[in-house]
Design a protein around this ligand. Structure first.
Ligand SMILES: *Cc1c(COP(=O)(O)O)cnc(C)c1O
Ligand code: SF4
Length: 340
């Protein structure tokens, strides 16, 4: 489970905290405060304390500001609020739905697909997404950043088939930029690496994270960078997010979006079309639309495959080809994400 430990992402005392770190610390963590901010009451939204105890609420205030006041069905609220349905035990929804534990090759390194190594850079996230497949993963022991990234860098250096390193998590941009630079400085000495990929929800949920220090680091990297953001609904974009995307692009990153198909959040064609169009307006190409990973506590978000395919076909019939994400599911043991 991802329980953010803000104390671990603080810079050393000599270095003043960046503005994004202050905003991170000020995130809403009390469900009742969140509901009060939105003019809602706990009973009508199905707030559940046991679900909150299992996977804590966490949401930056800037993201809360994009939620509609007084709307219990708001698509952003539904992604972060702990509700009673999570506590239902549903057959087929287990603890490690995607086989991460089996694919671990070194401390914090997961290698499932040809040419790519995924680093679990950290277990921390600025937002806790209720549907997240990593909510049950034992992160505390598993981050690649431990001991100056030594084990992960050694494993990557030793395998010449790895051309691309993916920074994932948790959210890799939870780490302070100097910590990320420590990794990329070490990786720069490995001749077989051709690309770097960063998977982060931070530019959307806390756009202040894309500060001058981060973009200077990005712009100086020796590889082309694919930056995969994660937005599930057009309402997640606002002017601050647009500006963050523009800064990432100016630093040379290729921006892509992955979304998860979620019942009650984005499971209709108008909403999915709006997401693609809004992403593109921000300079981001749709990449993947994921079918939910079947982990315990997320069954109420599931959209069945037949409906998912139908929605995807409607989307393809409506939008320019480059605005249609690939509909995929991750299946344990596959050589890549499986198209539906
Ligand atoms: C999803 C994933 C990747 C990246 O897959 P792409 O199809 O290239 O986006 C790489 N490694 C792991 C372990 C993954 O889960
Ligand atoms: S979806 Fe991403 S940002 Fe959200 S909790 Fe999971 S890893 Fe963290």
């Amino acid at each position: 489970m991802i329980t953010a430990a803000p104390s671990r992402i603080q810079p050393p005392p000599a270095r003043p905290a960046a503005r994004w770190q202050a905003l991170w610390r000020e995130a809403v963590r009390d469900p009742r405060e969140l509901l009060a901010l939105l003019g809602l009451n706990a009973e009508t939204v199905g707030l559940d304390e046991a679900a909150a105890a299992q996977f804590a609420l966490r949401v930056p205030r800037g993201f809360v500001a994009r939620m509609r006041h007084g709307d219990p069905a708001d698509p952003l609220l539904r992604q972060v609020l702990p509700v009673t349905e999570e506590m239902r035990v549903v057959p087929g929804f287990g603890l490690d739905a995607v086989g991460d534990a089996a694919a671990r090759t070194a401390n914090g390194v997961i290698q499932k697909y040809r040419g790519r190594a995924l680093l679990i850079a950290t277990g921390s996230c600025a937002v806790h997404c209720r549907y997240c497949f990593r909510r049950h993963f034992p992160y505390a022991e598993e981050t690649a950043a431990r001991e100056g990234w030594r084990e992960a860098v050694t494993a990557i250096a030793a395998d010449a088939s790895i051309e691309e390193v993916l920074l994932s998590g948790g959210d890799p941009l939870s780490l302070a930029t100097p910590k990320l630079a420590e990794l990329t400085d070490a990786l720069a000495a490995i001749p077989h690496l051709k690309r770097l990929r960063i998977h982060s929800r931070l530019p959307v949920v806390l756009p202040e994270r894309v500060d001058a220090e981060l973009t200077a680091w990005l712009a100086a990297l020796p590889w082309p960078v694919a930056f995969v953001i994660h937005a599930n609904h057009a309402n997640e974009f606002d002017a601050d997010v647009d500006a963050a995307m523009a800064r990432l692009r100016a630093a040379g990153a290729q921006l892509l979006n992955q979304a998860v198909l979620l019942r009650g959040v984005n499971d209709d064609v108008d909403t999915l079309a709006a997401l693609s169009e809004r992403s593109f307006a921000a300079g981001v190409l749709p990449y993947y639309l994921h079918q939910l990973d079947r982990v315990a506590g997320v069954a109420h978000y599931e959209v069945d495959d037949a409906r998912a395919r139908a929605l995807h076909a409607e989307l393809a019939a409506r939008l320019s080809g480059y605005l249609v994400p690939k509909l995929v599911r991750e299946i344990q043991g596959d050589t890549g994400k499986r198209p539906l």
